[in-house]
Design a binder for this molecule. Structure first.
Ligand SMILES: *C/C=C(C)/C=C/C=C(C)/C=C/C1=C(C)CCCC1(C)C
Length: 247
């Protein structure tokens, strides 16, 4: 893909969306470097989890690099790039849940169920956004269908297999870590549907008059919190159960 116009187009100082695209990019890149490097200081069984944290933020950094350009050059929401990024990174977050509970007996079937639910959530959300006719009906139908996938992941993390396995692990760091990740899914992930509802025809757009430009603002803030936050939780679990690691 060709880099679009970064050198020519300037950042308007009063544009918070452009600001979050740039800071989001740098934060993702810095986090990826951090997770890749720190991978070397944790115990062997946590190295794969740390690698996945680095991949999540690294993949996001590359997409932010392009989304930033796209937004500056066109002023439009980079919907396709956004969903390509999520389609790679959200399943990787499911992999984190799987890896953390693997020692307690998590089966590959759990991983597939979570991945399937996340793909469902994202494909329906993409249809809702990319193929909108600007009507509330379209936005609501696809938003509700998407939410089914979200609730499934939420339920699994809080009450389902993931929660059960964490409890069975008997590892205090894992129990606490899964609890915190559950909060990320409940609160941090809930920011995305708020952004979604700002699109033309969305409830917050038609109901409260929130501008469609808020979509990217919510998504950018949520991405930084969730992707980097998830990685840091995994890192703290790894460090607290690695006797020699210095945090
Ligand atoms: C790193 C990216 C993450 C964690 C993305 C998460 C995205 C969601 C939880 C999106 C959820 C949506 C709904 C629950 C309904 C409306 C459509 C979506 C796709 C925005």
């Amino acid at each position: 893909m060709k880099t679009i116009l970064t050198d020519i187009v300037s950042i308007p100082v009063d544009d918070p969306i452009a600001f979050t695209f740039f800071t989001g990019y740098m934060a993702m890149l810095a986090s990826a470097v951090f997770f890749f490097v720190e991978r070397g200081s944790v115990e062997g069984k946590w190295k794969l989890s740390m690698l996945v944290s680095g991949l999540i933020t690294g993949i996001a950094a590359v997409h932010y690099y392009y989304m930033r350009d796209y937004y500056l050059a066109t002023g439009q929401t980079p919907t396709a790039l956004r969903y390509i990024d999520w389609t790679l990174t959200v399943p990787l977050m499911c992999v984190e849940f799987y890896l953390l509970t693997k020692a307690a007996g998590a089966k590959v079937s759990l991983l597939w169920k979570l991945i399937l639910a996340s793909v469902w959530m994202l494909v329906t959300g993409y249809i809702g956004e990319a193929f909108t006719d600007g009507s509330t009906g379209h936005s609501v139908i696809w938003g509700v269908l998407s939410t089914i996938g979200y609730v499934y992941i939420l339920y699994t993390a809080w009450f389902g297999e993931v929660a059960q396995l964490a409890k069975n692990s008997g590892d205090a760091a894992v129990i606490k870590g899964i609890k915190i990740l559950g909060w990320f899914v409940l609160v941090g992930w809930a920011v995305y549907p708020i952004g979604y509802m700002c699109m033309p025809g969305g409830w917050l757009n038609t109901g409260l008059g929130w501008s469609a430009s808020n979509v990217d603002l919510f998504y950018n803030i949520a991405d930084a919190i969730n992707k980097i936050g998830f990685g840091l939780v995994v890192y703290s679990i790894a460090v607290s159960s690695t006797p020699t690691a210095k945090a």
